[in-house]
Design a protein around this ligand. Structure first.
Ligand SMILES: [Zn+2]
Length: 261
């Protein structure tokens, strides 16, 4: 089937759905220049293994090592801009075709593109928590000193180290976010996987649960996923190319038959 035909089929499914949710991963942000830090090709493995340095055990043992490793990544996150795939999902939500985005990404680019309901399974860097007194602080005031001089953020109340609210390897995912994500996939009748190879739990289990409950599935990802065999539409291509085409078509379909709204 041609790409155009697949895009048309995806758009028809989305417009026909009552409750569509999207699940996004690292591939959604690579067009924004953000490396997949789990990948050895990211360049972030040159001196450290992130599975060690970006684990909660590594952090507790040597927070300096974590901050040194994460510094170039944070700089990249702050400089990155949402790409057309982020914009397309925000557009789909704005026209009533998407209820939520569940993401593995910590970059906040969905919100910056305009998405309203974003469930961040792996946390974010907007806030940090003191490891001594658990006070939560916005990270913005600490970022320039950290990026420019490597100054480790410290709690203004007790002087403890502020750990960014990202989920490190070995840490539990945030329960309220995870529960909300499960509710979304149980309620949905369409799941749109975009830029995730679905290899990391629970992101890999969420869409499968949706499908088991009878939801349609659309997969847009460079690499094949375990969901492909169960999906109505599978497109192994660039999300930043494909999603805007789908969003444009959805808008057209709605304009021609507004009853679908
Ligand atoms: Zn503190």
């Amino acid at each position: 089937m041609s790409l155009e035909a697949q895009v048309e089929q995806a758009a028809r499914l989305i417009v026909g759905a009552k409750h569509a949710v999207s699940i996004t991963g690292a591939g959604h942000s690579t067009p924004s220049g953000i490396p997949d830090f789990r990948s050895p090709e990211s360049g972030l493995w040159a001196r450290y293994n992130p599975m060690v340095v970006a684990s909660i055990f590594g952090f507790r043992q040597c927070p300096e090592g974590f901050f040194e490793w994460v510094r170039p990544l944070v700089k990249t996150l702050l400089e990155a801009e949402p790409n057309p795939a982020h914009q397309a999902l925000a557009d789909l939500e704005a026209i009533g075709c998407l209820k939520a985005v569940i993401t593995q990404n910590i970059d906040g680019l969905h919100q910056r593109a305009g998405s309203q309901r974003v469930l961040e399974l792996h946390g974010h860097v907007r806030e940090a928590t003191c490891i001594r007194c658990y006070r939560v602080e916005p990270t913005e005031p600490f970022l320039p000193g950290f990026i420019e001089n490597g100054r480790i953020p410290q709690c203004p109340s007790c002087g403890g180290i502020l750990k960014p609210n990202v989920i490190l390897f070995g840490e539990q995912l945030p329960v309220s976010v995870l529960n909300a994500a499960w509710r979304e996939v149980r309620a949905c009748d369409l799941v749109l996987v975009a830029g995730s190879s679905l290899t990391v739990a629970p992101a890999c289990d969420l869409p499968m649960t949706a499908v088991m409950h009878g939801a349609h599935a659309i997969v847009i990802n460079y690499q094949p996923t375990d969901l492909d065999a169960r999906a109505q539409v599978v497109i192994h291509d660039d999300v930043a190319l494909v999603l805007p085409k789908i969003a444009t078509l959805c808008r057209q379909y709605l304009a021609s038959s507004p009853d679908n709204l």
